[in-house]
Design a binder for this molecule. Sequence first.
Ligand code: 9MR
Length: 392
Amino acid sequence: MQYTARDRLRFLAALGALPLSACAGGGGSTPAAPAPLPAPPVPPPPPPPPTGSTATLKQVFATEFEIGAAVQTAQVTGGGVDQSLAEAHFSSFTSEFEMKADIISPTQGTYNFDPADALRTFAQANGAKVRGHALLWYRTTPGYFTVGTASDIRDKLETYIGEVAGRYAGDIYAWDVVNEVVSDSGTDTYRQDDWFQAVGQDYIDWAFTAARAADPSAKLFINDYSTEFAGKRGRLITVIRDLLDRGIPLDGVGHQFHLSRGIDPNQVLAAIDEIDALGAGLEQHVTELDISVYNDPPECFASGVNCQTGYGTAPSDVPDRVYQEQAQLYRDLFDGFKARDSVTSVSLWGIRDSQSWLNNYPVSRSNYPLLFDPDGDPKSAFLAITDPDYVI
Ligand code: 9MR
């Protein structure tokens, strides 16, 4: 028996692959349509991801951005609460201090990679990524780096970056190549630190160029704090424009966002928008997010003066109203991050309130700036960002 093209079309239509009208046309009488085949069973839709206290951060933000936390290696490899929270919730890990030069190479030519290697192993075993922090930061630069001629200093920096970025090449998705190089003072653009005193701003070019050579696959970031304030941000943008104009390999901007509870979220999100407005296609990472429960005057952060008195050492010492304001701010910020395509990674600076650096800075007092309380239980802030129906 011969099958015509029209027979094939009818057969496909009977299977549901084509509308029957595709078989129409031509002359002659139309034979009776074949009996419809029974519809294949429709699989049930996948359940929506859980919300609220049973949700995990990495489920909730899977299609939005990497969701990360700063950790110490021992904290996530000791089998305790932090390890469980880290494994359950985060898709990205930043070393809180074990990938900085004072830990990796405290003396010239010697290297201690053990904690950093172990963090990489932990992350990879959990299908998570590592965010590299930081190849160069004046506060953790051992003194030997910045002595000698400009050529000596450049050699030392390039050697160090070659060793470190080279060792983790392919395993670190983004490096903070330089951290906090922008001045806090309106009269200078660049921070007047040991690097700048020794060689001017050239060290920034050397660092980016060496990082690109050592790991071409890592996205290279400039990272800084107070980008939510127009003055600091303006100076950062001056530095960014200068790097881009001269073809220095810069892929993204890291906003630390160590925030106080009273800040206007629109002021924070304006920092993202202004970088987008440069039109340079830069990625943006929120690198060190936390929200202090205190509303301090600027001199508190700058010099530890006039800081608000601590609420107390128990989480219940903090008024509910304060946690609610904090939760609302977290929600507004995460909604804003989700709405901005250039934001590809958001990291908290810690997991549980009890380990935050803000318990010791700018003054010693208990602070509660993160998403999990000291016992590791989710706070209102966690519920606010994981469940749109959660009433704050
Ligand atoms: O939180 C970090 C603290 O544990 C370290 O002792 C310190 C020095 O390595 O660095 C802290 O992290 C800082 C980050 O690297 C850069 N931005 C400010 C953070 C808080 O000081």
